[in-house]
Design a protein around this ligand. Structure first.
Ligand SMILES: [Zn+2]
Length: 328
């Protein structure tokens, strides 16, 4: 067992190759008193579209994309475009020497979006900000939440939520290659799963795009690429203007991974038993995948796809990896 255990935790020394953008200039909101929220109203009928960066304070790619658009003075041709820098308090603590520590201040801001939590009595820096942002979220017809991942070289993917209703949006963007329909997180509701976004009876759609590895320039290019495609799809910007700024080749086809079981740590002793990397395929069902305080996790089916395995030490309740299969 020992060699496998060692192999499952390769040295991980992230190289921070992105500069945090200077977003202070966007502190004063547009069309609202809420800081770092810019409501750009065309004055014409159309959807209310929202693009969110910095749900996680150390994921710079989305902030770079929004900063780029705001510096270009982007204006929607129809509807309302809402650009949001979410966890600015965590982002303000970003430090390239310890880049992981500014993911959040008190708690994961992408697990607080259930009304029971938002309207509950609990307090945290993230809840305070989420409570400010909730009215904008709830007014959005369509939402794009920009993130990045911890694994070096990780290919981008779109999380379409827990139902298929936002898959057409992800396909309309044409980027990135891998699309995921998953089962959410035991630790709390994500932004894309809030309210109508998760209701098959509602027209509202939301996707979360993991644009690549934290702090790799490719993630910032992907974040801008996906955002431009999002605005073009909604006919909110001139298509030629958007196309002229696309830098990332589109994949020939997009592939959908349907996620079944999430592996959630029960104890701090959680350990992977096989080398893991994002989108790794484990060929055989029944392969020992992890152990956790005496419990053994086996792959539940052949061709099991590992989604975003965590490299952090196990914490009770933390999703360590999700397991899926490609839909043919
Ligand atoms: Zn994130």
């Amino acid at each position: 067992m020992t060699p496998a255990l060692l192999e499952s935790f390769p040295p991980f020394n992230p190289e921070v190759r992105l500069q945090p953008p200077a977003i202070e200039r966007w502190r004063r909101g547009t069309g609202t008193d809420v800081e770092f929220v810019h409501v750009l109203d065309s004055g014409r009928p159309g959807p209310t579209a929202m693009v969110v960066a910095l749900t996680h304070g150390n994921e710079l790619c989305g902030a770079i994309a929004l900063d780029t658009l705001l510096r270009q003075d982007v204006k929607p041709l129809r509807g309302r475009l809402v650009l949001v820098f979410a966890n600015v308090e965590a982002f303000g603590r970003f430090n390239a020497v310890e880049p992981f520590s500014s993911r959040c201040v008190d708690e994961d801001m992408n697990r607080v979006w259930d009304d029971a939590v938002l309207r509950g009595a609990r307090h945290s820096a993230e809840l305070r900000r989420a409570r400010e942002l909730a009215p904008f979220v709830d007014a959005a017809d369509v939402l794009l939440d920009l993130h990045s991942m911890q694994e070096a070289g990780a290919p981008a993917l779109t999380i379409c939520g827990m139902t298929d209703k936002s898959v057409p949006l992800a396909r309309a963007l044409g980027q990135p290659e891998t699309l995921l329909v998953d089962t959410g997180h035991a630790a709390g509701l994500r932004l894309i799963d809030r309210g109508g976004f998760a209701d098959p009876g509602s027209d509202r759609q939301a996707v979360l795009v993991e644009c690549g590895s934290h702090w790799e320039p490719a993630s910032a290019e992907m974040a801008l690429d996906v955002t431009l495609r999002f605005l073009r799809h909604l006919a909110m910007v001139d298509a030629d203007w958007a196309d002229a700024q696309l830098r990332v080749p589109a994949p020939e086809r997009q592939r959908l991974v349907r996620v079944g079981e999430g592996v959630t740590a029960v104890t701090p002793e959680f350990r992977f038993l096989v080398p893991t990397h994002h989108l790794k395929v484990v060929p055989k069902a029944g392969t020992p995948l992890a152990e956790d305080g005496g419990r053994l996790w086996l792959t539940p089916h052949d061709e099991c796809v590992l989604i975003m395995p965590s490299r952090r030490a196990g914490m009770a309740g933390q999703t360590m990896v999700r397991l899926g299969r490609y839909e043919s």
